[in-house]
Structures are given as C-alpha cells and as structure tokens.
Write a protein that binds this ligand. Structure first.
Ligand SMILES: O=C(O)C[C@H](Nc1ncnc2c1ncn2[C@@H]1O[C@H](COP(=O)(O)O)[C@@H](O)[C@H]1O)C(=O)O
Length: 480
C-alpha cells in the first residue's frame, strides 16, 4: 500500500476527546465492559473502599484508646459518640470520596487526608478536645496495613471464595453426572488407557478444592506499632500503657492476626502466600479451560447455543467456546498481577520504601480478572452437553488400548504357572504399535493365546469402554 493510501486510512484528526467526556470513560475493561461482573469487589478493593476502611480503622483506634483508658485524660465515649464516629464509616459515600480527594490535594498525603477528614467531624460529636487522639501514635502504614488486610479479607471471604466454591461445586456436579461415561484418555495426545469423563472432572474439582482450602486458612496479619515498629512515640508520650497489649487487642478486634515484629510496614508475607494460592487455583482452572476447549473441539461436549447470539460474524454455523477463551485470558492477566504482587511485596528497603503503596492499588485488578474468569467458566460449563455417542465412537476406534490389559493378564497368567505366556509385552507390541486393531482382530488374538478359561473370558468381555478400572467409584473421593 502506498504512503498516501495509508494516510487516508487513519482515524481523522480533530476528533472529540473521550477523556474530556462528562461521563468518565473507563480505560480498562474491568471498569468498562466487565464492570457488572466485578462490581461485588468494589466494596472491598476499590480506592474508595480502601479509604472507607482507613476511616474505619482510624475511628476504631480512637474508640479502642478511649474505651481502654489508654491515655490519661480520656474516658470511654458515650454510646452516642461511638455511634456518631461509626456513622462516618457507614455514611461514607461518593461525596465523602470527593471531600477526601479535595483534602488530599492539599496534604499530598492520602492517609493524612483521612486524619483531617475525621478531625473535621469531631466538633459535631462534642469531641473537639480529643482531636489529637485521631491517628495517635500511628504511622500511615499502621492504618494502611490494617485497611488492606480488612479489605482483602472481605474480598476473599465474601466474594472470591464463594464464587470459586460455586464453580468447583458445578465441576463436582458434572463429575457426578459423567462418572460412568467412558472416555478415551490421551497421554501425550495419543490414545491411552480409557477413563471416565466424570473421573477426569473429579480430578480437577479435587485439585481446585485443595487450593481453596488453603485460601480459606489464610492468616490475615496486621500491626499497629508506629513509625519503625518500636512503639517509640507511644512510650515517649504515654509510658505507663502496655502498648503491645493495646496493639494486639486492637488488631484482633478487627478480625486479624497480630504481627508482633515488623519494620514500619507489615511485612506482607501473608499477602504473598495468599496470592500464590490464588494463582495456583487460577492455573488449575486455566488447565480445565484448555482441556474443555479441546474436548469441545473434538466433539466430546456439545455447546447449547444462546438464543439470539452469534458465533462467528461470517460463518453462521458456529458456536464458539468463547467463555473458556475469555477465562483463559483473564486467568493469565490475574496471575501476571498476583505473581508480581507476591514477588515484590515481600521486599522493602531498610525500614520501608513506598513501592508497596503503588502496587497494592492493583490487588482489586488481580481479583477482578480472576472473578471474571470464574464467572465465565461457570457460564460456559452451564451450556455444555456431554456427547456420549461421540465418546463411545472414539473408544470403538481404538481397540489397541486393550494391549496393555492383555499383556498384563498374560504376565499374571505366567506367574500363576500357565504355559506359553512368554514375551507378552513384545507380542502385543508386534500386534498393535502404530497400527489400528479392530475388535475382531483383538479377540482373535486373545483366543489364540492359550489363557486359562477364566482369564480368557475376562479379556473377551473387555472393550475399550469397559477398560476403565475403578474410575467411576473414584469420583466418590470428592464427597470426603
Ligand atoms: O506515616 C508516614 O507517612 C511515614 C512515611 N511513610 C509513608 N507511609 C505511607 N504512606 C506515605 C508515606 N510517605 C508518603 N506517603 C503517601 O503515600 C501515598 C502514595 O501514593 P501512590 O504513589 O499513589 O501509591 C501518597 O499519598 C504519599 O503522600 C515515612 O516518612 O516514613
């Protein structure tokens, strides 16, 4: 194509700026086309939710210090004052987000802005005198680490884990339904000892469940021990208090596990552990997506068309496995972030650097891509029908997979003293390696071996579809 032809193909200059639109237009897909699917995470992992949690932690610290008479000159707040303080959190809304943003423009410090935001509300509660108690003894990370721990815990326990458990339950249900449906295996992509479709799905459900059980046991650690984790400011100002006890009680009151030994930052090791488990779950799910995609491709699953939907824009016959393809991509994106977070959050130069602040802002994105993938896999699985006839036909075209069974029966016969059972592996290899062997040829071979009557009857009864060991009952392990 000539240069001038290229030039005319460009989007014309002078177009309206989308960035200047009065409706804010999302840069990324999680806040755009997928915003509905990831909306449940907004209340836990958005910047607004982080700020609300920061306000919540500051407010609870204020109440904790007063209720426990930690500082001379304080006394427990009245019920109305406590309710008023907590209302700052429960009433936190879009206007609060804007007010905080306006304060932050001046402070150029996000946590300092939270302190002022709360301080501005104390006079109305008759607590003006206690303004210095807001953020008392705290470094920003005291508030940040607790807020992130509360937010991530909520996102895991209320959103991600329930969604993941629903998906695994669906896979387990499919495993149950297909427990007795024989299927040709393909190790190295080549026909191999058959299994059942249900048993293969059960393997995946079992693997995913193990990862979810690990996630469910996550220890969400928190600390509140000052600028370098020494309680120096606390003891300088209030020497009589048992500050470790105050801190431990506070962290535990938030539903977290107290970390007694840190620098300025909570060390984030628990986050790395959690993200590794989530990433492993994502990887196993990715494996399911590519397997199911391949099974659809060879006709083992039929896809139930969505009424009104289009498969291909040009090939009208198509129903594409797009839910699984979308999930694959989103699991990869989630893992790229989870891996980065896990790898980088565990390091901080000397007593702190601020890199964690910037990377933790993407925790919600990592969760969002995973949640989206989980939704898509769930939707995709819900539109699959097992094509049992196709699976059966495939088995019937691969009688040579019985070679393993025959040579193993011959070995057992030899050990039991039956004559003429020499070189079983080699004889079956001569018969089957790289060749198609049909039912008649296989049975003729078996009949000519001189097996004991019992062994011969057993082998003549065997078909590829029956050569599945105890695959069907192995699905029961899922119930345990
Ligand atoms: O309690 C403190 O603040 C102690 C201070 N360390 C800090 N700890 C936590 N936050 C801090 C720190 N420093 C800055 N900021 C503020 O963090 C915000 C970073 O914003 P972004 O780059 O968007 O992630 C952005 O709002 C920053 O202003 C120290 O000097 O050790």
């Amino acid at each position: 194509m000539s240069d001038s032809a290229n030039a005319t193909a460009r989007i014309p200059s002078g177009r309206k700026s989308l960035a200047a639109s009065s409706e804010r237009i999302a840069l990324g897909p999680l806040d755009g086309r997928y915003s509905g699917a990831v909306a449940p995470l907004v209340d836990y992992l958005s910047e607004a939710a982080l700020n609300r949690d920061r306000v919540g932690v500051e407010v609870e610290w204020f109440i904790h210090l007063t209720n426990n008479n930690v500082l001379p000159g304080t006394e427990p707040l009245t019920a109305a004052q406590q309710a008023g303080l907590r209302a700052i959190v429960t009433e936190f809304d879009a206007a609060s987000v804007q007010e905080l943003a306006d304060i932050e423009k001046v402070t150029v410090h996000d946590v300092k802005a939270v302190e002022y935001f709360i301080g501005n509300r104390l006079a109305d509660l008759g607590l003006e005198r206690l303004k210095p108690l807001v953020h008392f003894g705290c470094t920003s990370e005291d508030i940040n680490n607790l807020s992130y721990a509360v937010g991530v815990k909520g996102a895991v326990e209320d959103v991600w884990l329930p969604a993941a458990r629903t998906l695994v339950a669906k896979i387990a249900e499919m495993a149950e339904e297909n427990r007795a449906v024989p299927m040709l295996s393909r190790t190295h992509g080549q026909p191999a000892t058959p299994t059942t479709l249900g048993k293969e799905l059960a393997v995946t459900a079992h693997r995913l469940t193990r990862q979810l059980d690990r996630v469910a046991k996550t220890e969400f650690l928190g600390k509140i021990n000052g600028a370098t984790g020494t309680y120096a400011a606390h003891y300088a100002s209030v020497p009589a208090a048992d500050w470790q006890d105050v801190a431990k009680g506070f962290v535990e009151s938030l539903g977290l596990t107290w970390n007694p030994l840190t620098t300025q930052i909570e060390s984030h090791d628990w986050q790395a552990e959690l993200y590794a488990d989530m990433a492993r779950f994502n990887r196993i799910l990715h494996n399911l997506c590519t397997d199911v995609w391949s099974y659809i491709s060879i006709g083992y699953f039929a896809q139930i068309p969505v009424p009104g939907a289009t498969g291909s824009s040009t090939m009208p016959h198509k129903v594409n496995p797009i839910r699984f393809e979308n999930a694959e991509a989103n699991l990869e994106l989630s893992n790229a972030l989870l891996d980065t977070l896990g790898a980088t959050l565990v390091t901080s130069r000397w007593q702190r650097d601020l890199t964690d602040s910037s990377s933790q802002r993407n925790i919600g994105v990592a969760f969002g891509h995973s949640l989206l993938a989980i939704n898509n896999v769930l939707g995709g699985l819900g539109r699959l029908d097992t094509a049992e006839a196709v699976l059966a036909e495939d088995l019937d075209h691969n009688w040579e997979v019985l070679a393993e069974a025959i040579q193993m029966v011959m070995r057992a016969e030899a050990i039991a003293g039956v004559e003429g059972m020499e070189d079983p592996y080699e004889r079956l290899k001569d018969l089957t390696r790289g060749q198609r062997v049909n039912a008649a040829r296989m049975q003729e071979f078996v009949s000519g071996l001189g097996l004991s009557a019992d062994a011969q009857a057993r082998l003549l009864d065997l078909t590829p579809g029956k050569y599945i060991g105890i695959a069907e009952s192995l699905v029961d392990h899922l119930q345990k």
